[in-house]
Design a protein around this ligand. Structure first.
Ligand code: GAR
Length: 200
C-alpha cells in the first residue's frame, strides 16, 4: 500500500478516478492528502466526501515559487506521501518539488506527448488538424510535460468535434490510464532506462 498525494487546481475528475480505484482495491494505494492551489476547486469537495484530508495552498499568497512549493512539500511529508500525482494541477512544477520527489511525481496530460504540451492541448490538436490525439501519463521532470512516458491512450478526432466534445472523450481515457499507471508504480513494476519506461 503506497501513500499518494494528489495535487489539483479544479474539478478533480481524475482525482475521483484515483480515489475510486484505491477504494475498490484495484490499486494497492491510498490517497493520503489532496492539495489544491485553488480554494474553490471542485476536487476538494470530492476528497472531503471520502474523508480524505485536504489542504489549500494558494500560490498567490507566497513571495516566490520556492517558498510556495516548500509549503506543499511540508504537507506531503506530513501525510507520508510516497508518490505525488498531478491531476489537473495547473502550475508548472519547480525545483523544490522536483528535488524532494525525484521520479516520484507523475502527471496526466490531455494529448499524445510530445505533441501539444502546455495549456489547451485539445484545442492545439484540433487547430493543428491531427486525426488522432489522446492522453499521456508521464513522470514529471523540469520541462513542461517532457518527462518519461508511462502510458498513452489514443483518441480519434471526429469530423464534428469541438474542444468540449474532444476533451470529454479524452477524459474518459484519462480516467482509465491514470489508475493503471499508479498501479504499475505501486506494484514496483516500472523501471527507467534513460528516458524509456520499461515494465518489469
Ligand atoms: C484533465 O483533462 C487533465 O489532463 C488536464 O486538466 C484536466 C483536469 O480535469 N491537465 C492539464 O492540462 C495539465 N497540463 P480534472 O480536474 O477533471 O481531473
Amino acid at each position: 500500500m503506497i501513500n499518494l498525494g494528489v495535487l489539483i487546481s479544479g474539478r478533480g475528475s481524475n482525482l475521483q478516478a484515483i480515489i475510486d480505484a484505491c477504494e475498490s482495491g484495484k490499486i494497492p494505494a491510498k490517497v493520503a492528502v489532496v492539495i489544491s492551489n485553488v480554494a474553490t476547486a471542485g476536487g476538494l469537495e470530492r476528497a472531503k466526501k471520502h474523508n480524505i484530508p485536504v489542504v489549500v495552498i494558494d500560490n498567490r499568497q507566497y513571495k516566490d515559487k520556492n517558498t510556495y512549493e516548500l509549503e506543499i512539500v511540508k504537507a506531503l511529508q506530513a501525510h507520508k506521501v510516497e508518490l505525488v500525482c498531478l491531476a489537473g494541477y495547473m502550475r508548472i512544477v519547480g525545483q523544490v518539488l522536483l528535488e524532494h520527489f525525484p521520479m516520484k511525481m507523475i502527471n496526466i496530460h490531455p494529448s499524445l506527448l510530445p505533441s501539444f504540451p502546455g495549456l489547451h492541448a485539445q484545442k492545439q490538436a484540433l487547430d493543428h488538424g491531427v486525426l488522432i490525439t489522446g492522453c499521456t501519463v508521464h513522470y514529471v521532470d523540469s520541462g513542461c510535460d517532457t518527462g518519461p512516458i508511462i502510458i498513452q491512450s489514443a483518441v480519434p478526432i471526429m469530423e464534428k468535434d469541438d474542444e468540449n466534445k474532444l476533451a470529454e472523450r479524452i477524459l474518459a481515457q484519462e480516467h482509465l490510464i491514470y489508475p493503471q499507471a499508479i498501479k504499475l508504480i505501486a506494484e514496483g513494476k516500472l523501471k527507467l532506462e534513460g528516458r524509456k519506461v520499461r515494465i518489469k
